[in-house]
Design a protein around this ligand. Structure first.
Ligand SMILES: [Zn+2]
Length: 340
């Protein structure tokens, strides 16, 4: 099969890879309906995260079940399925508490590489959620978004304790931040302040329900949020970047007693204990347990209550994955969908 492989920073190639096979009786093989490039794929692409030798890429996926292992009982060939970037058994104590991304048997789909024609999905019964029927083509981008960026934005909003009547601020205008705006709207936020300096992203944030746009960042941006909230800061802040600056911006934009939901993959973030102590904010986040939210999100998508697929503003055939990465790296595209 064909699949995207990172050879060195900036060097993505689509090449022949071995067809996946059932390795464990709990595995399933899926034929990808579509896949995409994640903001987190840009860390190794930019050389900020080092990669050892050629690495298969991609961890977002939707597709049709081709084959299941002998222990898989809830899925069968021909079903359309959505899964998360972590395979999980969905039965251990951590999973049952809703933290499937930290399942005691979790396996990272990124090491399998789903920017490809086929993929092996471990722990298929726990990992994959089938749609009630085969979705129409126009729903595929939104279902693909559910597999990571929507599920992650949704978790960020839940972790930030977004509730009706609250004021929410969102740090990061990538796909996750924008879908954090959508999640906050769905969860009933009264006011949603999006940080963004890009016109097209501001427009999408407004479409997803942002009521205010702040174009400054860092402490200047924090001051603007305070101005908009009677000097107090937001009740709930979503952090969707993962840098020192964005994390401190999120904590400082949160009022005492408020909640920060942080989902940007942390890169060398170090929190000053004394500032954290006196901020009196709640912090919750990490790799999103997307699996927890998939049944609800699939329902919202198939009933056309939400259209998160709008974050894909570039669609290319898998063979042009390299251009898809470049466009995101240069911020010409919010998110690239790859057709298979
Ligand atoms: Zn588990």
């Amino acid at each position: 099969m064909r699949g995207a492989v990172l050879h060195a920073p900036g060097d993505i190639r689509v090449e022949q890879r071995p067809d996946p096979t059932i390795e464990q009786p709990t595995d399933a093989i899926i034929r990808l309906a579509a896949t995409c490039v994640c903001g987190s794929d840009l860390w190794p692409y930019r050389g900020i995260e080092t990669v050892d030798g050629p690495a298969p890429m991609g961890h977002e996926y939707v597709g049709i079940v081709e084959e299941v292992g002998s222990d898989v009982s809830t899925l069968k060939a021909g079903q359309f399925v959505v899964g998360s970037f972590f395979a999980s058994d969905n039965t251990c104590e951590i999973c049952r508490a809703g933290h499937q991304s930290r399942c005691v048997h979790a396996e990272l789909m990124g090491t399998i590489g789903t920017q490809a024609e086929y993929a092996r999905v471990p722990l298929a019964d726990g990992t994959l959620v089938a749609t009630p029927e085969l979705p129409s083509d126009d729903l595929v981008p939104s279902l693909l978004a559910a597999s990571d960026v929507l599920g992650t934005g949704w978790f960020a909003a839940v972790a930030a304790d977004v509730q009706p009547g609250k004021t929410v601020a969102v740090v990061g205008d990538g796909a996750v931040g924008l879908l954090g705006v959508l999640a906050a709207t769905q969860l009933g936020a009264e006011r949603i302040i999006a940080f963004s300096r890009h016109e097209s992203r501001q427009a999408l944030a407004r479409e997803f329900g942002a009521t205010d746009i702040v174009t400054t960042r860092g402490d200047e941006g924090v001051a603007e949020v305070k101005e908009l909230t009677n000097g107090l800061g937001a009740h709930s802040v979503i952090e969707a970047v993962g840098t020192q600056e964005s994390m401190m911006q999120a904590i400082r934009a949160t009022r005492p007693g408020g909640h920060v939901g942080y989902v940007g993959v942390s890169h060398d973030v170090a929190l000053p204990g004394d500032e954290l102590f006196f901020s009196a904010v709640h912090l919750h986040g990490g790799p999103a347990p997307v699996r927890r939210f998939l049944p609800e999100l699939i329902g919202l998508i198939t009933s056309r209550a939400i259209d998160p697929g709008k974050v894909f503003d570039l669609s290319l055939p898998l063979n042009q994955a390299a251009e898809g990465y470049r466009a995101m790296d240069e911020r010409r595209a919010i998110k690239t969908l790859l057709t298979v």
